[in-house]
Design a binder for this molecule. Structure first.
Ligand code: SF4
Length: 358
């Protein structure tokens, strides 16, 4: 049994984090939370793409007052992200949010903190303690610098505060902008505490840089069996975060019912305009919830052999493109008909696989 299955388990509405082998995909909205329409539109798009839990920032009363409606309309559990103002945390719990993300250290009055913890306990919602390398307590930075030691010490302080109130429904994150430090912190945390771990590399950056940085850090941890839920923080549209999470989890065979797109890197042998087709298929697969391998190859020279394990695929060809299934060519088609033919075959396979799942 790996480390992730041995952690405690918390319940976030209908989703369990920890205590099993599943890794839950999360993201955070970029809309103004009080713009309910835009926020729900974004949540719905993210949920359709595979996001399982969504976090919204609560910066003021307008945001706090919108939560009830957001919780009502959201297709997935909602986490309220709150700093400093304990009233917002109480409002969020009253509004029915399914989890809180706070830094107990940011709410310095013990009485206020006690109120939050009691309310969370009554509402039976977990709290994520989010330690972040960019906002460590000053005394710890002075003592240990921004280091694994100060991150773990900060987490310990926060845990102590919640445990003092006999609150154990905790998820823990130790996000650093340095993937190497994130690896060290999460490794230590996985040995030190039983609480489920929310993996992330913070301030990772643009879609390209951020996805690579996150994959480098989080990939190591996932491969060691560490981590119960994941967010890949990327600048821009959060839909990229879901794509990156799914691809990362798929790389370690940790994703359930997620399509896998195999595409050749292209070279001088390429025999059709492959990139637009690849992008169209990538988009097409976004809303599919079965485990299907789809291949797109620039030519048939090494192509079909290279993608023999794919359920279905296409390869460009001089006298027309090839459509193949389970390693065998089933049709030769004009290049312009390849995309539609591939989509149709994907639909057939998806229906067959869905019957086996449901
Ligand atoms: S499949 Fe063909 S086009 Fe693609 S990389 Fe291989 S040889 Fe080049």
């Amino acid at each position: 049994m790996n480390i992730r299955s041995k952690t405690n388990q918390v319940t976030v509405k209908n989703i369990k984090i920890g205590g099993n082998d599943e890794i839950i995909i999360q993201s955070m909205t970029t809309t103004k939370t009080h713009n309910i329409k835009e926020t729900i539109n974004q949540i719905t798009k993210l949920a359709n793409a595979g996001c399982q839990i969504i976090r919204v920032a609560v910066l003021g009363y307008e945001d706090a007052n919108s939560l009830k409606e957001i919780v009502r309309l959201s297709p997935i559990p909602v986490v309220a992200d709150i700093h400093y103002n304990f009233h917002f945390a109480l409002d969020a719990i009253k509004a029915g949010v399914h989890k809180l993300r706070i830094n107990p250290g940011n709410i310095s009055d013990p009485k206020q903190l006690k109120e939050i913890v009691i309310a969370a306990k009554i509402a039976r919602i977990p709290i994520r303690i989010g330690v972040n390398s960019g906002s460590l307590p000053r005394d710890l930075v002075k003592k240990y610098g921004v280091s694994e030691k100060s991150m773990i010490e900060a987490a310990q302080r926060h845990i102590d505060i919640l445990e003092k109130f006999n609150f154990h429904d905790i998820v823990l994150s130790l996000k650093s902008s340095d993937p190497m430090m994130a690896i060290k912190c999460y490794r230590t945390a996985s040995k030190k505490w039983k609480y489920p771990l929310h993996l992330g590399v913070t301030e990772a950056g643009s879609v390209f840089n951020g996805a690579i940085k996150s994959a480098a850090g989080l990939g190591v941890l996932l491969n060691e069996g560490i981590g119960n839920t994941i967010r890949i923080s990327l600048s821009g549209d959060p839909i990229h975060e879901i794509r990156a999470c799914k691809t990362l989890l798929n790389s370690f065979k940790l994703a359930k019912n997620i399509p896998n797109l195999i595409a050749c890197p292209t070279c001088g042998r390429i025999e059709f305009d492959m990139l637009p087709i690849m992008e169209a298929i990538e988009k097409y697969l976004e809303n599919i919830r079965v485990n299907i391998n789809v291949a797109i190859l620039g030519c048939p020279v090494n192509g079909i052999g290279e993608a023999a394990h794919a359920d279905v695929g296409i390869a460009g060809g001089r006298k027309g493109g090839l459509l193949f299934k389970n390693g065998k060519v089933i049709k030769t088609l004009p290049q312009e008909k390849l995309l539609e033919a591939l989509k149709q075959e994907i639909d057939i396979i998806v229906k067959e696989k869905e019957k086996l799942i449901y």
